[in-house]
Design a protein around this ligand. Sequence first.
Ligand SMILES: Cc1cc2nc3c(=O)[nH]c(=O)nc-3n(C[C@H](O)[C@H](O)[C@H](O)COP(=O)(O)OP(=O)(O)OC[C@H]3O[C@@H](n4cnc5c(N)ncnc54)[C@H](O)[C@@H]3O)c2cc1C
Length: 389
Amino acid sequence: MKELDVVVIGAGIHGAGVAQAAAAAGYGVLILEKNEIAAGTSSKSSKLIHGGLRYLESYQFSLVRKSLKERAILCRLAPGLVKLQPFYIPIYKTTTRRPWQIRVGLSLYAFLGGLHKDNLFKRVKHKGIKNIDKLEQTNLQKVYQYHDGQTHDVNLTKAVMFSAKELGVELKYPASVVSIVKNEKGFKITYKEDNKEKSIQAKVIVNATGPWANELHELISPKVNSLDIDLVQGSHIIIDTPAPSGIYYLEAEDKRAVFVMPYEFKGEIKTMVGTTEKLFTGKADDVKATEEEVEYLLNVYKSYFPEQKNINVVHQFAGLRVLPKDDGSMFSRPRDTILHWAMPGLLTLYGGKLTAYRSTSELVIKKIKPLLGKKQRIACTDQLYLLAD
Ligand SMILES: Cc1cc2nc3c(=O)[nH]c(=O)nc-3n(C[C@H](O)[C@H](O)[C@H](O)COP(=O)(O)OP(=O)(O)OC[C@H]3O[C@@H](n4cnc5c(N)ncnc54)[C@H](O)[C@@H]3O)c2cc1C
């Protein structure tokens, strides 16, 4: 039976990132994916590479600082995949977050981003905005503009995976893990590929199955420790109205933030609107956008862009956020990744952000290194360019 240092399960952005970082640190890595690259949450995100302005409201300052740093690294390593875009925040008489609060938030955001010119904000004239994007003008008081990053999540994940493979990582897909048994040398992992069961031996396993993390734990013997989590569904719609000139950061009636952004879909630039936040209690494989969510997102769009008529939803999709279980609001729960030893040698990633995948992956390597011993490093992930397809 083949023996490896690390087997990573799941080829979303975290699986790809961990495989890349582990191979860069000199380890032998295999990655198993039951579907295809970025088939899970990593194709269902809002496609933003951002610090997360709204996380300032829940005081997640270190997450914002780290994410802004990672944004700058990704803009350097992947200029063809991560682009800074203008973001607009319109404030109406009825908007809960007042202009002074937005100014404080944007100042703090710029400060956490090291006051780099890419992080500065300004007020823009709303007449200009109306001419470009037909934004509702009634009761509009102010519009602020700042910058954040936009990507294509699937292409970014594929680019990280390509880099991992260049460093020697072996990827198998579709290859679904069916059982994991702890033994004296580490773990025996059995997976199904081409309708056949195959086994390999690994010293360390990284469980990067996102919303399937606890479902994977069910396949392990002996029984492991799972964290209590909630899966929170977030849906997006793509509509066929003329795409806005930048990304609009809007307040919905229930006070949640909703983004309206230009997005390339099947070779054409359309408008994407998202996202919702809805507790999900089914099997992760079964997530899909509901009629109620589509209606909610359309209503937010129509209330800000009432001049746009004949709107057709051309696509809709839903993904699952993994959040620590809590009675409090979903919005205020920590969005940072939690790294959890489900058993010695088996590290599970819960939650996290597309934006911070590289720093999360480096943290994973720090955690597993003592179990594997030091190897000759062959590359550094903050120096590896990521190429668009
Ligand atoms: C609605 C929404 C919007 C978001 N927007 C943003 C954003 O704009 N910016 C940002 O930074 N972050 C965003 N996030 C967060 C980000 O998308 C996720 O943190 C990230 O994509 C999670 O990646 P992952 O690799 O952990 O999981 P996933 O991408 O879900 O990958 C897990 C993989 O494991 C595979 N798998 C499962 N079980 C098995 C098995 N038994 N055997 C083999 N393979 C298996 C699955 O097929 C899947 O491919 C958003 C999240 C959501 C839900």
